[in-house]
Design a protein around this ligand. Structure first.
Ligand code: ATP
Length: 305
């Protein structure tokens, strides 16, 4: 009897914790500046991701109250499983692309399709479930590291959670902490560096296993070891998933399948690192030369142009 009461009490407290966690998460994922007219279309069906092909079809978009559109007829096809890096100067239109993919705003005209389904006509919940996001500066909850990672998949076993941490290269620093996976993080918890928090977020995303992934690279400078771990973690996470990486360092995109160079809302170059480097005087080659000349090592791209 006493044992059963104990179990029930524990269960109740886990449930409350979980509910609190869900509420925290909802606050974080809610788009601070999302437009009020982003709602489910009447009769919207859930998105079904079969392969992960993304198509931008003559997309025209202007931020509410902005004078000029960011994109005026943007066309782009991303094949299933392709890993694509978005580069370009600040304000060129990299982040807006991934915001529109999540339907943070409605388009002025054109369409974005995932596996043939117009994202304006599927339910928002199913769209956002399909897309895993690793933010630039991930927020961790005031919970244990284990709970922060397992948030990606409620009900994951401890072993699954640890396996995700290993694949995200997060186990290395976590196992060095006195309380390991039970260490509390967030306000009042242990302070983690930007690179460590990003690896926890990557572990969470590995566990969540969404078919499409958006990764916003940290702009803060990381030490080179941390950068190596992050790069390896990104490779692990993006394997077999359509992945968009908003990159601030060229070192991150070199090993991706494809690089899109943005200038003023247009894609001015599109190809692999090797392809783009071969173009004399090309936009990517210029960025690369500036960054490798030693002037701008470890400085985010936006400060170079
Ligand atoms: P960064 O590397 O600085 O993040 P970016 O390439 O991601 O830049 P975007 O954030 O996509 O650029 O911005 C594209 C354009 O849209 C810029 O001219 C920017 O000023 C404008 N913009 C971005 N967000 C908003 C917003 N919420 N409201 C109005 N204009 C915006």
């Amino acid at each position: 009897q006493g044992l059963l009461n104990g179990y029930l009490r524990d269960f109740g407290s886990h449930l409350r914790n979980f509910q609190k966690c869900v509420n925290d998460m909802e606050d974080v994922v809610r788009f601070a500046d999302a437009a009020p007219d982003v709602l489910d279309a009447p009769g919207a069906a859930p998105l079904e991701v079969t392969a992960g092909r993304i198509v931008f079809d003559k997309v025209r978009f202007r931020y509410p109250n902005a004078a000029r559109p960011v994109y005026d007829g943007l066309d782009l096809v991303i094949e299933p499983g392709e890993r694509v890096g978005l580069v370009g100067a600040s304000g060129a239109g990299k982040s807006t692309l991934v915001r529109l993919l999540q339907r943070a705003y409605n388009l002025e005209s054109g369409a974005i399709r995932i596996d043939g389904q117009n994202i304006a006509l599927v339910t928002l919940a199913s769209l956002r479930r399909a897309i895993g996001i690793v933010a630039q500066d991930p927020v961790l909850f005031h919970r244990s590291l284990a709970e922060n990672i397992a948030f990606g998949r409620p009900g994951a076993t401890r072993e699954e959670m640890r396996a995700a941490a290993r694949r995200a290269h997060a186990d290395i620093f976590i196992e060095g902490l006195a309380d390991g996976y039970d260490t509390l993080v967030g306000e009042r918890g242990v302070k983690l560096s930007g690179g460590e928090r990003q690896r926890v977020a990557i572990a969470r995303a590995i566990l969540a296993d969404n078919p499409i992934l958006v990764l916003d690279e940290a702009t803060s400078s990381l030490d080179s070891l941390s950068e190596l771990h992050i790069r390896a973690a990104i490779e692990e996470l993006s394997r077999g998933r359509t992945t968009l990486v908003v990159a601030h360092r060229l070192s991150t995109v070199q090993r991706l399948d494809r690089i899109l160079v943005f200038e003023k809302g247009r894609i001015v170059e599109d190809g692999s690192h090797a392809d783009l480097l071969r173009r004399p005087g090309g936009a990517y080659r210029r960025l690369f030369e500036t960054q490798s000349s030693g002037m701008a090592i470890d400085r985010p791209l936006e400060h170079i142009d």
